[in-house]
Design a protein. Structure first.
Length: 318
């Protein structure tokens, strides 16, 4: 019997996996239905009001530029003065604009799919280690690392398949909503390229979350161990340590937080103010990019994975 086929069958047959799939689909359906109910095609009166507001905003920005050119505006304000011209879609309220809102919706989707991957992965291996199912499996196929590696590979492939299908269906649904009950917006080639990169980063994050859940559960020999580690980290470090660092006025607190690198990876770049200081905003700020996020997150998953496989190879499973 093929080991991959056996692992895939075991994964899909688990009631927890089926329940999580139902919850995942349900959350997406609710989100899509909410958007359908809250959006509408703009009326002629709304277009007219938007045109008036665009003209007013263009006039205001021109006045601000003149102040900056004459040296009367503050340095920080002139540096942050938007070069993006106002558009009609910016002043249409209660209207779903695909180009404007799909980015935040994709963040929401990635968070849910990543949680799905983490929980399913932790449960998949944790339940077998806790119940003795892994021991029975090793009696049939005694190569420990092969069994664990195949289980992880099958899991990641399955999670990726679910994530890809969910992403395509999710984005396509909102595109249809924009066409029927909203507006597409300015969807040029650059927009689609940025959206594609956001989706790719999201899919990689989902795989990382699944691998992390799997390896933490392997180390702790229980599904709850993975969830406990994440909950403990969030409470003790992300909340507790952050408060302590702020009290002692430690510099660049955000660089010590995993959530910072998650934001940098998904957003491409995050900028933080490190005050108080004297000078412009640029002198008092620092940025982290997707590359920093990639390095930190990859290192985290790699270290936990190596520890999990090394521990699984030598410990007693009985």
């Amino acid at each position: 019997m093929n080991l991959v086929r056996a692992e895939l069958s075991r994964l899909l047959a688990r009631r927890f996996t089926q329940l999580m799939l139902i919850l995942l689909v349900g959350s997406f359906v609710v989100t899509i239905a909410t958007m359908v109910g809250s959006s509408h095609r703009p009326t002629a009166a709304e277009w007219e009001r938007a045109e008036i507001q665009v003209v007013q905003e263009e006039s205001r920005q021109e006045q601000m530029r003149e102040l900056c050119e004459s040296g009367q505006g503050t340095t920080d304000f002139c540096q942050t003065l938007s070069e993006r011209k106002p558009r009609l879609e910016d002043y249409l309220f209660g209207v779903f604009v695909f180009e404007r809102e799909i980015g935040n919706l994709v963040y929401f989707m990635v968070a849910f799919v990543a949680l799905f991957g983490f929980l399913v992965a932790a449960s998949f291996v944790g339940a077998e280690l806790n119940s003795g199912g892994m021991t029975n499996l090793l009696l049939w196929r005694p190569q420990r690392l092969t069994v664990l590696g195949t289980k992880l590979g099958t899991l990641l492939a399955s999670v990726l398949a679910v994530a890809v299908v969910a992403t395509v269906g999710y984005i396509a649904s909102f595109w249809v909503i924009a066409q029927v009950n909203g507006l597409p917006g300015d969807v040029d080639a650059e927009f689609w390229g940025d959206l594609a990169m956001l989706v790719v980063r999201g899919l990689l994050l989902v795989l990382g979350a699944a691998a992390l859940g799997f390896c933490l559960a392997t180390l702790g020999r229980h599904t709850a161990a993975a969830m406990g580690v994440v909950a403990g980290y969030a409470i003790v470090w992300e909340v507790g340590a952050r408060i302590v660092m702020e009290v002692v006025e430690a510099g660049r607190t955000e660089t010590y937080m995993l959530s910072t690198y998650l934001g940098a990876w998904m957003g491409g770049r995050v900028t933080f103010y490190d005050g108080p200081c004297i000078g412009s905003f640029e002198d008092c700020s620092y940025s982290l990019t997707w590359a920093h996020g990639l390095i930190v997150l990859t290192a985290l998953v790699a270290v936990v994975a190596v520890a999990a496989f090394a521990n699984f190879r030598r410990r007693d499973l009985a």
